[in-house]
Design a protein around this ligand. Structure first.
Ligand SMILES: NC(=O)c1ccc[n+]([C@@H]2O[C@H](COP(=O)([O-])OP(=O)(O)OC[C@H]3O[C@@H](n4cnc5c(N)ncnc54)[C@H](OP(=O)(O)O)[C@@H]3O)[C@@H](O)[C@H]2O)c1
Length: 293
């Protein structure tokens, strides 16, 4: 039975848990990680009821020992690691100048360094097997800058660069590397466990800007697409006979990224600020609509 390690499986409506279920249904023994196993008792019960092989693994991606242990638990239990889905991620909002330094580091640690750590533990195992897939859940924000999400973008751009380079390093060993680039999906990610205002300082020249960023992100998420589409795309990336580097699930991601490729940097900036309701921010003499300041 092939094995998959899927990180960040704490929530039933989000990509990690949906992917864990979809891979289990596709015949994988899934090792689903989360910070607190008790939060996924529903997932365990679902697997037992449906006769699927699914093991919960306690894991904190910011702890290097935990990263090593998660990968080795798969190998020690099942004897192979066929697919690694690096799904853990956290949101980050706020103009760069207003962000707390510890929040910046935590975001990069969670979204980038942790995933690198897991990949580095998985690679020797996959190389010895002569086969394996490493899938990084990136974002359209890994291709195009989003105002007010500079650090989130930095973490996802980093994953995109890493993946493109890594894919060429390891292809000869039978290992395929992919990124998944979702746009807006209704997982509740941006607000599920964090008060976004804890990311940044208030009482700055960016208060209206930061408020608009938080509002537009939650609006985009609520109107987002079905997260099950992302889980299906990850299963395809994990199982296809023709692996490819980049996957753009749903309708919005291909449209956004085609738009980005077609426009100049200058046109894109104006378009994005308009889409986010922030055109006035590009004009120093104007206030953001509705800010009252
Ligand atoms: N939703 C979207 O529209 C969208 C779009 C583009 C990309 N993405 C990416 O998709 C991935 C999954 O996001 P999601 O939308 O499905 O929301 P999510 O449920 O918030 O997924 C993030 C997962 O990462 C876990 N996590 C965060 N910090 C962790 C840590 N230090 N150690 C271990 N686990 C940690 C969370 O666990 P806790 O519950 O314990 O915090 C959660 O299970 C992320 O990489 C995100 O950047 C999402």
């Amino acid at each position: 039975m092939p094995t998959a390690l899927v990180t960040g499986c704490s929530r039933p409506t989000a990509f990690g848990q949906l992917t864990a279920k979809a891979l289990a249904e596709a015949g994988f023994h899934v090792f689903a990680t989360l910070r607190n196993k008790e939060r996924a008792s529903n997932l365990k019960a679902w697997a037992e009821e449906n006769g699927h092989a699914l093991t919960l693994v306690e894991h904190d991606i910011c702890d290097p020992v935990s990263n090593r242990n998660a990968v080795h638990e798969v190998l020690d239990t099942a004897g192979s690691l066929d697919v690694l889905v690096n799904n853990v991620g956290m949101s980050s909002f706020g103009a760069l100048e207003t962000l707390h330094g510890d929040h910046i580091r935590k975001t990069m640690e969670t979204n980038f360094f942790g995933a690198v750590d897991l990949a580095r533990h998985a690679l020797p195992i996959m190389r010895a097997q002569g086969a394996g897939r490493i899938i990084f859940v990136s974002s359209v924000a890994g291709i195009t800058g989003v105002p007010g999400e500079s650090i989130y973008c930095a973490s996802k751009f980093a994953l995109e660069g890493l993946s493109e380079a890594l894919a060429m390093e390891v292809e000869r060993f039978g290992i395929a590397v992919s990124t998944i680039r979702p746009a807006f999906f209704n997982t509740g990610m941006s607000m599920h466990n964090t008060d976004a205002s804890a990311f940044f300082r208030r009482g700055t020249a960016y208060d209206a800007f930061n408020d608009r960023v938080v509002a537009s992100t939650s609006e985009g998420e609520v109107a987002g697409e079905d997260p099950a589409l992302v889980a299906q795309t990850i299963v395809e990336a994990a199982t296809t006979d023709s692996p490819k580097l980049r996957w753009e699930p749903g309708a919005a991601a291909p449209e956004i990224l085609a738009g980005r490729r077609a426009m100049s940097d200058e046109d894109w900036r104006v378009y994005v600020m308009g889409e986010l309701g922030m055109s006035d921010w590009l004009e120093p003499e104007r206030q953001l609509e509705g800010s009252g300041s």
